[in-house]
Ligand binder design. Structure first.
Ligand code: ATP
Ligand code: MG
Length: 550
């Protein structure tokens, strides 16, 4: 599916080696989101990696909701995540919920207790912290560590039955309180959450398994071969392996870590994105300025451009921050290829063509794409009164200004050349209208013996259609908004991230469907908004990188 062939990376190398050595005859990966928010572009990196690898090696990829935390999760997010994965162009082999495994997980915990590898601990959260030690000092063993198997089995059963208060007891692995890796110091496997109502299991359970216990077992139950996750789980890998080594697991998947995606000029954690939504800084999860998949979709990004971006940034073991320009370049290139050209005047200035007959309208034709004839053409209407952009006129300018000046001549894209004869101003000296003449012999051909300054776009005043155009810019005005410890990231919101203008667009755009994308000539790429009934266009990206770099 990838338009540009996928560059290889260290994970693909491991997979190829495992296939070549016969360690695996098939590849099975999974994408395991927690349904506590919408997916963002960082998740896309993981999706493209997991689904992409499965696709390229004729394997399978599951979608598994990692839903072991009943407090933060919601059905709304489950549906949104499914929609986003499909929109990115992927279909899962199996759809699972970690909560489907609650009974099996419970039985594996019982197995650990029976083997003397887990115990019920009565220390409070605070005491557990005290006993844990530090990076330089070993921890101390819990006084409850040497309970008999029978007592542990009885207490764990009663935890399940709801006999004890939240926080009164936990089930912990019995590993090594002196382990240099803190995650191996008798980590918690289960905690009590009595009041919680889980979006899948309701009130069936009042104990919930921890991520480090749930994840390896879920992977093993699904026959996952390579469990790809981000670098912060590197220190958890010994525990991942310990769990699988100490239960009768059906197989032992290999966990491999890679660097998270960080992107400039935005924040990426679900917690912060939730804050942006709840505090009203954006319209919602699908606000076109959000780095969510839903936001990028509404903004006008294509699935292909996001997949391409993920392949361009690659997969490595070292953390870094990607310039926003890389993402913007991916959509710009995709839309340059596929977006039909249109004319839209964002800051309209009236032009009256004095030698064009009053009441006359002429049907002209404009190619949809300058380099792709197969895209055909659309009809344009020419009339005596037209709109041009205010930025395309100056009373005076030097030769470098390739637009209209008093007494100068320019070509109107796909139409005639005009000369500005007179500037009409109001009492305050504001330009309100230009009076021009046109040369009727210049349709599709250069004027005899003269050179025009440049080409500008225009829309017929008689046939043009009003539209709202939303000019989006970066949501934050600094590259690393969450980099400053003593200032909240909200301090760095870009006050100019949205500017709205009342534009006039060429008549064919009245038929644009929500989600249709265009290049507005000389302005940028635009997408008809999917959330507005009226004619509203979102700017996807400018024609050139105006931020420098990238
Ligand atoms: P966040 O910190 O944004 O809330 P998360 O890691 O808690 O993200 P999950 O729903 O647990 O979100 O993530 C699902 C999968 O996506 C995990 O395998 C995770 O490693 C991966 N993932 C999340 N964020 C990124 C990122 N920025 N870059 C690459 N992969 C990511
Ligand atoms: Mg998470």
């Amino acid at each position: 599916m990838s338009e540009n062939s996928t560059p290889t990376n260290f994970i693909r190398q491991i997979i190829e080696d495992d296939l070549a050595s016969g360690k695996h005859s098939r590849i099975h990966t999974r994408f395991p989101p927690e349904p506590n928010g919408y997916l963002h572009i960082g998740h896309a990196k993981s999706i493209v990696l997991n689904f992409g690898v499965a696709e390229d090696y004729q394997g399978q990829c599951n979608l598994r909701f990692d839903d072991t935390n009943p407090h933060k999760e919601d059905e709304e997010y489950v549906e949104a995540i499914k929609e986003d994965v499909r929109w990115l162009g992927y279909e899962w082999a199996g759809l699972y919920f970690a909560s489907d495994y609650f009974e099996q997980l419970y039985q594996f915990a019982v197995e650990l207790i029976e083997k003397g590898k887990a115990f019920v601990c009565d220390l409070s959260a605070e005491e557990v912290r005290e006993y844990r030690g530090t990076l330089t000092e070993p921890g101390r063993e819990s006084p409850w560590r040497n309970r008999s198997v029978e007592e542990n089995l009885d207490l764990f059963r009663r935890m399940r039955e709801g006999e004890f208060e939240d926080g009164a007891r936990t089930l912990r692995a019995k590993i090594d309180m002196a382990a240099p890796n803190m995650n191996m110091r008798d980590p918690a496997l289960y905690r009590i959450r009595r009041g919680a109502v889980h979006h899948q299991t309701g009130d069936a359970w009042c104990i919930y398994p921890m991520y480090d216990f749930t994840h390896p077992i879920s992977d093993a139950l699904e026959g996952i071969t390579h469990s790809l996750c981000t670098l912060e789980f590197e220190d958890h890998r010994p525990l991942y392996d310990w769990v699988l080594d100490n239960i009768s697991a059906p197989c032992h998947p290999r966990q491999i870590e890679f660097a998270r995606l960080n992107l400039e000029y935005t924040v990426m954690s679900k917690r912060k994105l939730t804050q942006l939504v709840n505090e009203g800084h954006v319209e919602g999860w699908d606000d076109p300025r959000m780095p969510t998949i839903a936001g990028l979709r509404r903004r006008g990004y294509t699935p292909a451009s996001i997949r391409d971006f993920c392949n361009r940034i690659g997969v490595t073991k070292s953390d870094g921050t990607v310039e926003m320009g890389v993402l913007e370049a991916a959509i710009r290139e995709d839309l340059d290829r596929r977006a039909p050209r249109r004319m839209a005047v964002l800051h309209p200035l009236k032009v009256v063509i004095t030698n064009y007959p009053e009441g006359q309208e002429e049907r002209l034709s404009g190619p949809n794409h300058p380099k792709d004839e197969t895209m055909g053409s659309r009809e344009l209407v020419f009339s005596r009164e037209i709109w041009i952009d205010r930025a395309d006129f100056r009373e005076q300018a030097n030769k470098k200004y390739k637009r209209l000046i008093t007494g100068g001549e320019v070509r109107l894209r796909n139409a005639y050349t005009i000369i500005c004869e007179e500037v009409v101003k109001d009492d305050e000296g504001n330009i309100v209208e230009l009076r021009c003449t046109y040369d009727p012999d210049t349709l599709g051909r250069n004027p005899e013996g003269r050179k025009v300054r440049g080409v500008i776009h225009w829309v017929s005043a008689a046939a043009g259609v009003p539209a709202e155009v939303r000019l989006y810019d970066r949501l934050f005005s600094v590259p690393a908004p969450d980099g400053e410890k003593d200032r909240p990231f909200q301090d760095f919101l870009n006050p100019d991230s949205l500017k709205t203008v009342q534009a006039v667009v060429e008549p064919s755009l009245a038929q644009a469907e929500p989600g249709d994308r265009f290049q507005f000539e000389r302005e940028g790429y635009f997408c008809r908004d999917t959330a507005s009934k009226e004619l509203v266009f979102n700017r996807v990206v400018t024609l050139r990188d105006s931020w420098g770099g990238g």
